[in-house]
Write a protein that binds this ligand. Structure first.
Ligand code: HEM
Length: 233
């Protein structure tokens, strides 16, 4: 017991526990993650209904409409948190490192060092921002896909709901629909973008676990508790 206590004290003397993610950041991350799961399940159902409603003589089951309404509810929740995240990315001082990553992304030297690091031929580059160029391009790809899903989702939405927001967006979304090549293609694009998101989420979870195991700095804990460990010099 004494030994454990001493070890704990020694650990506390050589690491700082610092706030990495604010509550707003963590909430938007988990609401976004949950929405993506619900949207993927309900989206698969809309594309290819995999549950048969109870047989009834009356036309009152409306299973497809039920799945679609949950899809739309979580679609708008996703839109809200993506807007919050975009605001944090552009304006929040605490996360300015994310924006500064653009400098590393545009620097060919950092790219060469980063690729060299993965090929075990050079040291990890010294980064000005939060993300290395490969991470940055992965997140850019993810947000591009999410924005494609949002735009194509809203085009599909104005065809199924014609009041309120549906009526407001209708004229713009119909123009966009024509620009994108018609409703059938919009739906296809929405579906393809979903597969892109599934691929990203799979790699993202793998990398998070990998970094938590080998980084040993609580990088995974940070998205739950907000706190990360930094070595004292
Ligand atoms: C991660 C985000 C999303 C995923 C994975 C996703 C997935 C899907 C899938 C797979 C479909 C079926 C397409 C097909 O028929 O092949 C679909 C349809 C649809 N989605 Fe999404 N979606 C997402 C976001 C959104 C958003 C943000 C909205 C906007 C409110 C939205 C609104 C719709 C609508 C209205 C339909 C068509 C329903 C119908 O045809 O009856 N989706 N979605």
């Amino acid at each position: 017991m004494e030994a454990v206590h001493k070890q704990h004290e020694a650990d506390e003397n050589c690491v700082n526990r610092e706030m990495e993610f604010s509550p707003a950041y963590r909430w938007q991350h988990w609401i976004r993650a949950f929405s993506i799961v619900v949207l993927t399940i309900t989206g698969f159902y809309i594309a290819d209904p995999f549950v048969t409603p109870i047989q009834s003589a009356e036309p009152d089951n409306f299973m497809q409409a039920l799945f679609r309404s949950w899809h739309e509810i979580f679609g708008f929740i996703l839109i809200a948190v993506v807007l919050l995240k975009s605001y944090l990315f552009i304006f929040a001082k605490r996360y300015k490192g994310e924006m500064i990553s653009i400098k590393d992304f545009l620097n060919p030297k950092v790219w060469m060092q980063q690729v060299g690091y993965y090929l075990l031929v050079s040291k990890h580059p010294h980064l000005k921002g939060t993300y290395n160029p490969l991470q940055f391009i992965a997140y850019m790809g993810f947000y591009t896909l999410v924005f494609i899903l949002i735009i194509t989702g809203l085009i599909l939405y104005v065809h199924v709901y014609h009041e309120g927001l549906g009526a407001f967006f209708y004229p713009f979304m119909r123009e966009l629909e024509v620009l994108l090549g018609g409703l059938a293609w919009v739906r296809e694009l929405h579906h393809i973008a979903m597969w892109g998101v599934i691929l990203f989420v799979t790699v993202h979870v793998y990398m998070a676990i990998y970094n938590a195991v080998f980084g040993k700095d609580g990088s995974m804990d940070a998205i739950f508790s907000g706190m990360k460990w930094h070595k004292k010099h």
